[in-house]
Design a protein around this ligand. Structure first.
Ligand code: NAP
Length: 355
């Protein structure tokens, strides 16, 4: 069913300080929208400073910030008042450095989604919710593709292999998206559109994001993965394309359902080789692929998150996503991945995040 969205009404963006949300807000402001952004700590210069810069460079639109925490029931109500579109991006994207995955990942992802969507149920103006889900809700391990009858992941697929113990971040995204569809299906006023990006790269508008995807690209140039990387493929997509997908999902009259946002599945060595071609020998880019048995052995020493089951199920396996729905339904045109990686690495250098 088609649904006309009034672009003069404010748009809520949760997790406004995040890597992806910054770009969404930039594009919304450039279109002249009023954006209600939520942050956990409005007194934090690290959260608010980059947003103020984005707003100053886009005088057509207006940015208003509100304090809200995923775990505080009702804390999104004030920011949501009068909005037709709610974009829910806030969720922790961390894969290491925590003890309890339930507290660090599952609780904020699932309870946060419930809190935001229950606020949407209470807010009569809301017509559409755009949820930042992930391909992590679509699949768990690369090895799962071998059980896929199509040989390619698409929007009909759901992650069946992650759990609290194995790939808990992916599990948190799976549970959060399932919860969102459950709450959506129990009402009829607002539509749900999900954006399911793969690993996001491309320049950040903030130096302070803790997003794992930024850390992944940085680790290819800071020596942490030198001299060799596992033979592993990841889906990658440009942050600017992910943000454009959110904006299209918000305003296109016919937007509905899930959308995989991904633009290729290079190996880690292929990404490193692109960076080496552009940035030369100044950085310690890995230059060969480690045999799987070595990855298993050293992975455990280097990184507690590189558990044997993760390596077994992901290293040396193919990976493929079908992004055709994002092109047809959201009109998405993807940046070439080479540009994504080069622009991102340049921003890391410019911001002093890599030496
Ligand atoms: P990010 O920069 O770390 O942003 C995460 C945002 O979530 C931050 O604004 C953070 O706020 C907020 N947040 C975390 N816990 C919160 C809580 N308890 N209450 C309120 N806000 C909270 O990461 P990102 O990469 O932009 O990720 C944004 C979304 O995209 C997430 O839903 C993530 O799962 C999804 N995603 C990311 C990728 C990727 O590769 N980057 C791929 C697929 C999907 P603070 O600034 O206050 O910490």
């Amino acid at each position: 069913m088609e649904q006309i969205i009034d672009k003069t009404k404010p748009v809520l963006v949760t997790g406004a300080s995040g890597y992806i949300a910054n770009w969404i807000i930039k594009y919304l402001l450039e279109e002249g929208c009023t954006v209600h952004g939520t942050v956990r700590n409005p007194d934090s210069e690290k959260s608010v400073g980059p947003l103020q810069k984005i707003a100053a460079a886009a005088p057509l639109g207006t940015l208003k910030l509100f304090k809200a925490d995923l775990l505080d029931e009702g804390s999104f109500d004030e920011a949501m008042a009068g909005c037709e579109v709610v974009m829910h991006t806030a969720s922790p994207f961390v894969v290491r450095g925590f003890k309890d995955p339930q507290e660090a990942l599952i609780k904020p992802a699932v309870e946060g989604t419930r809190n935001v969507l229950e606020a949407a149920n209470r807010t009569a103006s809301v017509k559409r919710v755009v949820l930042t889900s992930s391909v992590a809700a679509v699949f768990g391990d690369n090895a799962d593709l071998r059980k896929n009858p199509r040989g390619v992941f698409n929007e009909e697929d759901w992650n069946f292999s992650s759990s609290l113990q194995h790939q808990p971040y992916s599990y948190s995204k799976f549970l959060a998206e399932k919860e969102a569809w459950k709450i959506h299906d129990a009402q009829s006023r607002w539509h749900l559109v999900t954006i399911n990006p793969s690993m996001v790269g491309g320049p950040a508008l903030t130096k302070y994001s803790h997003s794992t995807s930024i850390d992944t690209l940085r680790s290819l140039g800071n020596g942490r993965l030198w001299p060799g990387v596992p033979q592993m493929r990841l889906g990658w997509v440009d942050v600017r394309d992910v943000a454009r997908a959110h904006v299209a999902a918000a305003f296109r009259a016919d937007a509905e359902g899930r959308h995989i946002i991904s633009n290729g599945e290079p190996t880690m060595l292929e990404v490193a080789t692109i960076l080496k071609k552009h940035f030369g020998k100044r950085y310690k880019f890995p230059f060969f692929e480690l045999p799987k048995v070595i990855v298993k052995w050293f992975g455990r020493l280097m990184d507690a998150s590189a558990k044997p089951r993760f390596i077994e199920q992901n290293v040396g396996h193919p990976l493929k996503f079908d992004n055709s729905r994002s092109k047809q339904r959201l009109g998405l045109q993807y940046h070439p991945l080479e540009q994504t990686f080069v622009d991102h690495f340049q921003q890391l250098i410019d911001d002093g995040l890599i030496r």
